[in-house]
Design a protein around this ligand. Structure first.
Ligand SMILES: [Zn+2]
Length: 273
């Protein structure tokens, strides 16, 4: 599933291709959008900005209209030079924007809607988002307030995945961040200190920012910082390494579904308390 760093990276690439460029065509190939008349409604309008907010991407057009997208599990944004072959079937395209130089395509994106600027501010899914972990003006106090308002009996791993507490965290970063903060993801939120909650964010922000620079490719080691020896499994500390030895203490990494959505959490029972 695309996480916040992937969406921020997509917003940069899509913005570079669209902002200030002539939009020569807009297509919404899926039957669900057949009667929406987006090409007519957006005709002649340029793209002012492309913003990421957590895992949401917003294409802001001139004249108060915005396309809101959320990729859910398997969607993606791609930017192609005109004439370049697409890596996915055109049947999976939901939105195509053409400029004289580029084709910007959203594939497999089930949330795609055109709304006014005012509605982007009142829409419950957007207005309810917690602070974006990747925002340059991230305010730690606002994040802590959301966490403290949450159910204190909820597992901290589950709470940190909740976009209302912290926007942009997905399943990979949830497990990696809890490991880096040395916090057991199953500990109750009410038993996690402010310093521990902040350690999660402080460990992840530079890693996620680097991931944005690398086009959304997740790298969970800091250059020159703590880095484990190469070993079997994914190039992560704990994510997707269930049953393998911890890179720090060699204890077997555990995995179990957590929260209402039963998203798999990975952790080291010795390093994380
Ligand atoms: Zn360990």
């Amino acid at each position: 599933m695309p996480e916040g760093d992937t969406i921020h990276s997509s917003a940069r690439r899509v913005g570079a291709a669209l902002v200030g460029r002539e939009i020569v065509a807009i297509e919404t190939p899926q039957p669900r959008h057949r009667n929406d008349r987006w090409p007519e409604r957006l005709a002649g309008r340029g793209v002012r900005a492309v913003d990421a907010r957590g895992k949401h991407l917003l294409l802001r057009f001139e004249g108060d209209l915005t396309i809101h997208s959320h990729l859910r599990m398997g969607g993606s944004w791609r930017v192609y030079r005109r004439g370049e072959r697409w890596q996915r079937s055109p049947r999976r395209a939901w939105l195509v924007l053409r400029t004289p130089e580029h084709e910007v395509v959203q594939f497999d994106g089930p949330v795609l809607e055109l709304m006014t600027e005012a509605r982007t501010r009142s829409d419950a899914r957007l207005a309810g988002l917690g602070p974006d972990v990747l925002a340059p003006d991230f305010v730690a106090a606002a994040f802590l307030r959301r966490v403290r308002e949450d159910d204190p009996t909820r597992g901290i791993g589950d709470a940190l995945l909740d976009q209302r507490n912290l926007a942009g965290i997905g399943n990979v970063w949830k497990s990696e961040g809890c490991f880096l903060a040395r916090v057991d993801p199953w500990r109750r939120t009410g038993e996690v200190s402010d310093a521990e909650a902040l350690a999660f964010v402080e460990a992840l922000r530079p890693l996620m920012q680097r991931s944005v620079e690398r086009g959304g490719r997740i790298v969970t080691f800091e250059p020159g910082g703590a880095r484990p020896a190469a070993g079997p499994g994914r190039d992560t500390w704990v994510f997707d390494r269930g049953g393998l030895p911890c890179r720090v203490c060699a204890t077997t990494i555990r995995e179990r579904g957590q929260g209402d959505d039963n998203r798999t959490t990975y952790w080291c029972p010795r390093c994380q308390r």
